[in-house]
Design a protein around this ligand. Structure first.
Ligand code: NAP
Length: 285
């Protein structure tokens, strides 16, 4: 029988722990952590992601604000908004919802965020810290995957891990994190010649490619712990990158879609915001 890597339950457990911490702050009359999300335009998927993030903040007691800017906003206007939040001592975390409209260079906006408030972990300072294995912010989905594996006591040290996908947002930071955890990591991508040759030997397979149900049993062995990051809409249903039905009860463990990595991504944003708050208090009182 396969073990279900239940991201929903794992996220609820972490939320409960965060709520205890924040309730204690409130009881002591202390300032509460605050996340601000900047949303440019009205892309329905982005609106839904941002709303879910704000709801999650409310559940644990983190203050949140959504700054909604019109689609036609200039890059300078978005940057000015970020600069204002950098200077605002009541703001601990800043997240700019991606993708931004095409006329705005995401990199210019991300690089404006104070690295100590960069709870999405995309600023080059935080990317470097991850590579150097130093304390910093790690992109939420990548960190959430490792938190999920650890919650189920999946051994990472010495494990052979294959990460499918190498995006800045998921694959690359995840490969680095797993390497920092002393796993032996192989990264596969669209130009990899024979993906099953790698995945069929692996102890851990993480799929983050955005190809519905591409990872079939041909790719997996019974010893595999499989984490499915993919979110694909097929006939109005959400499916992952892994053929869950085929893999279930064959592989050692597998995360579902939905209720797998999705909730872990959101709860990691809450964790990162709490970390930003704690860091600020330790260093600036
Ligand atoms: P992305 O930026 O489009 O990157 C996809 C990666 O997959 C690229 O590295 C690409 O290779 C590789 N790839 C594409 N087709 C492939 C194939 N046939 N064989 C092997 N590799 C292939 O996507 P992303 O932002 O990383 O997201 C990946 C998936 O995760 C999407 O379904 C996305 O919706 C989902 N996602 C979920 C969460 C969550 O919270 N659960 C968060 C973020 C993303 P190249 O580099 O060679 O192009």
């Amino acid at each position: 029988m396969s073990l279900l890597l239940d991201g929903k339950q794992c996220a609820l457990n972490i939320e409960a722990q965060l709520k205890v911490k924040i309730d204690a702050l409130r009881d002591k009359g202390e300032r509460l952590p605050k996340l601000v999300v900047i949303l440019v335009g009205t892309n329905p998927a982005s609106v839904s992601y941002v709303t879910n993030k704000a709801k999650a903040c409310t559940r644990v007691g983190i203050l949140s604000e959504i700054i909604q800017l019109p689609e036609i906003s200039s890059e300078a206007a978005v940057i000015a908004e970020v600069q204002g939040l950098n200077a605002d001592p009541s703001v601990d975390g800043i997240l700019v919802q991606l993708p931004l409209p095409k006329h705005i260079k995401s990199k210019n906006v991300i690089e404006t965020i104070d690295p100590d408030k960069d709870v999405d972990g995309l600023h080059s300072v935080n990317v470097t810290k991850l590579v150097m294995n130093e304390r910093g912010f790690v992109p939420c989905t990548a960190k959430g995957v490792v938190t999920l594996l650890k919650a189920y006591n999946v051994p990472l040290e010495g494990a052979d891990a294959v990460v499918l996908g190498r995006s800045q947002l998921v694959g690359r930071p995840l490969a680095q994190l797993l390497s920092n955890e002393n796993a032996t990591v192989t990264v596969c991508h669209s130009k990899t010649r024979d993906i099953p040759r790698h995945t069929s030997q692996a102890d851990i397979v993480v799929a983050a490619i955005g190809r519905p149900k591409m990872i079939t049993l041909d790719y997996l062995s019974p010893k595999a712990v499989v984490v499915d990051v993919g979110i694909n809409k097929v006939d109005d249903k959400l499916v992952g990158d892994v053929d869950f039905e085929a893999a279930w009860n064959v592989v050692k463990a597998i995360s579902p879609v939905p209720k797998g990595v999705g909730p872990m991504t959101i709860v990691t944003l809450l964790e990162n915001t709490m970390d930003a708050y704690t860091w600020k208090k330790e260093h600036h009182g």
